[in-house]
Ligand binder design. Structure first.
Ligand SMILES: [Zn+2]
Length: 287
């Protein structure tokens, strides 16, 4: 599943390629995504200039010149491809987890610009697009979400207020988008490893030191992933699609039974299910 760092990379690619450009044509091949595509989707976007592209949590936000907003979410398997007119053979996937070789039958929407087209591909169709006619409506939609780790609101007082006396484990809190936005399963595992906090720990047992670490490493892990993802993107256009190096950068995620990477730690990475999500942790430094 695409996580926040990947979405940030997708945003940066779109920003670079289509900001201030006009959508010349849209081809919708399949409206049946997670939510059915709005019937006025083409009308609202066609022939409009894109004035900004931003991101909140795992959403990309496209701001149109007519003050409408189009947002999209990649769901489980969505990818964005940029195909340039004069450079058809390059790998087009702007994401960094998924294979660049995705069957064309899953190309559901195509946006045409002067010298390129942007394709939305999604084999499992859990992704979706939504349209908002004003910024207020857009903000209302995002109201249900907690702050991102980068937000100043994600501070010690906030953690105290939300976690004090709560018996729900900390891993579930990190995955709870109402508490903090944009942390998925991979990075929840990585963040707790860096914090040396056991994922099953009841949130009420966290210390002030734990709060500080959670705030620091939530930012640190996501920013490092964005930086690595950016370099992966740069590389994979000239390495013929040799992907997968990004996954090797994880410290606990999918490293079951391997040695802990912390120097002088003799722990082993263990795997268990917490609320049905795969959870990886070191049996020594995350006791
Ligand atoms: Zn360890």
């Amino acid at each position: 599943m695409p996580e926040l760092p990947e979405i940030e990379i997708v945003k940066q690619s779109l920003y670079k390629n289509i900001k201030f450009k006009k959508i010349k044509k849209i081809i919708v091949k399949n409206r049946n995504l997670r939510f059915k595509l709005a019937s006025n989707f083409k009308n609202i976007l066609n022939n409009k200039k894109i004035v900004n592209i931003s991101r909140f949590s795992k959403y990309i936000i496209i701001n149109l010149e007519n003050s409408y907003f189009c947002i999209f979410h990649l769901g489980m398997s969505g990818t964005i491809h940029i195909v340039k007119k004069n450079n058809k053979n390059l790998i087009t996937n702007v994401s960094f987890y998924n294979s660049p070789l995705i069957p064309k039958k899953h190309n559901h929407i195509e946006f045409f610009f002067n010298n390129l087209k942007v394709i939305y591909n999604d084999p499992r169709r859990f992704g979706f697009f939504k349209i908002f006619s004003s910024q207020r409506k857009l903000f209302n939609y995002f109201n249900r979400y907690g702050p991102e780790p980068f937000d100043k609101k994600f501070n010690i007082n906030y953690l105290k207020k939300k976690l004090k006396g709560k018996s729900k484990n900390i891993k579930n809190y990190l995955l709870d988008q109402k508490f903090v936005s944009g942390i998925g399963n991979i990075y929840a595992n990585e963040i707790l490893f860096f914090c040396k906090i056991n994922p099953s720990l009841e949130s009420k047992k966290l210390s002030l030191e734990n709060y500080k670490k959670l705030i620091y490493y939530s930012k640190y892990i996501l920013i490092s992933a964005i930086k690595k993802g950016g370099s992966t993107i740069k590389n994979f256009t000239n390495t013929n699609g040799k992907l997968g190096s990004f996954q090797k950068n994880f410290n606990v995620y999918q490293r079951e039974n391997l040695k802990c990477l912390i120097k002088n730690c003799c722990g082993i990475i263990k795997k268990k299910k917490i609320s049905n999500r795969s959870t990886f942790y070191c049996n020594m430094c995350q006791k």
